[in-house]
Design a protein around this ligand. Structure first.
Ligand SMILES: C[S@@+](CC[C@H](N)C(=O)[O-])C[C@H]1O[C@@H](n2cnc3c(N)ncnc32)[C@H](O)[C@@H]1O
Length: 269
């Protein structure tokens, strides 16, 4: 039987994971703001974010659009997101705990749907996009961003980053997801019934600074899942992690994070 929702989301909502999500936002939010501006988000629009996490994009969108609905599975993430929304005095956001597949929202309500780094965690990303299609008004835009997780590398090559794709492929196979599905966003969207408006991608590169350690931190956060699924042993995980951290700390090694793919697609009128 298919599970109620399409993923066994493998990154725990612990305190540390909040810090990691904050760093994700520090790295990517400026690119997202630019993407949503170029997609035309503005006054009078109703905006929906699926898998809002700590809600950084939803809170920003609430300063651009007239109303925001922000949905996530995690009550803990939503509590933190709502607290920050209240502190910022934003009254036009509805925070909603729900599953992307079973959201309870009315059809044809939104001008924009937005999601980042959730579809690659799902077993049925095309079905999830069909849900977004239903929620958009005719002519409304779906804006998505998803990573290609096996694209992280270091230059010069290092043992830790060289082994990274193998971990990604191992966990993708056991979880029956595609953690490198960012490159397929446009084909998923076409299959779900959207017209493709635009695709683009960028990849952050670092020699130094705190963001350079984001990808080894993510492997650490995924450690329990990697071990539970038998992708590698505890000893091997420690070996990969320490090799990645040595590369992160070496200013002569360039680390490239996941290539991030962006899609704008339209619901046919
Ligand atoms: C990697 S985080 C990204 C959060 C946020 N989009 C960002 O970019 O900062 C993925 C988020 O998707 C949520 N999530 C995972 N599966 C979900 C589902 N089936 N329905 C709704 N939210 C889900 C998780 O709770 C988590 O907050």
């Amino acid at each position: 039987m298919m599970p109620d929702f399409g993923d066994r989301y493998n990154l725990p909502a612990s305190r540390t994971d909040h810090d990691r999500l904050r760093m994700l936002c520090e790295i990517h939010d400026p690119h997202t703001h630019e993407l949503l501006r170029q997609a035309g988000l503005g006054a009078g629009h109703k905006f929906l974010e699926m898998g809002c996490g700590l809600g950084y994009i939803s809170r920003w969108a609430a300063t651009q659009a007239s109303h925001v609905t922000a949905l996530d599975l995690s009550e803990e993430h939503l509590a933190e997101a709502g607290r920050m929304g209240q502190a910022a005095g934003l009254c036009n956001i509805e925070w909603r705990q729900a599953n992307i597949y079973d959201h309870g929202l009315s059809e044809e309500t939104f001008d924009y749907t937005y999601s980042r780094w959730i579809l690659v965690h799902l077993n049925r990303p095309v079905d999830a996009m069909r849900k977004l299609l239903g929620l958009l008004k005719p002519g409304g835009l779906m804006v998505c961003e998803e990573p290609v997780v096996d694209s992280a590398y270091s230059e010069p090559p290092t043992e830790g980053y060289d082994r990274h794709p193998q971990l990604v492929h191992g966990l993708s196979a056991t979880r029956k997801v595609d953690y490198s599905g960012g490159r397929r966003l446009h084909t998923w969207a076409a299959e779900a019934g959207f017209e493709i408006v635009d695709v683009r991608a960028y990849q952050p590169h670092y020699l130094s600074g705190p963001h350079k350690g984001f990808w080894s931190w993510t492997v650490e956060a995924a450690g329990p899942s990697l071990l539970a699924d038998g992708v590698l042993t505890q000893e091997d995980l420690q070996k990969v992690l320490s090799a990645m951290r040595v590369a992160d700390g070496d200013p002569n090694v360039m680390v490239a994070g996941y290539r991030n793919h962006q899609l704008i697609a339209r619901k046919p009128r």
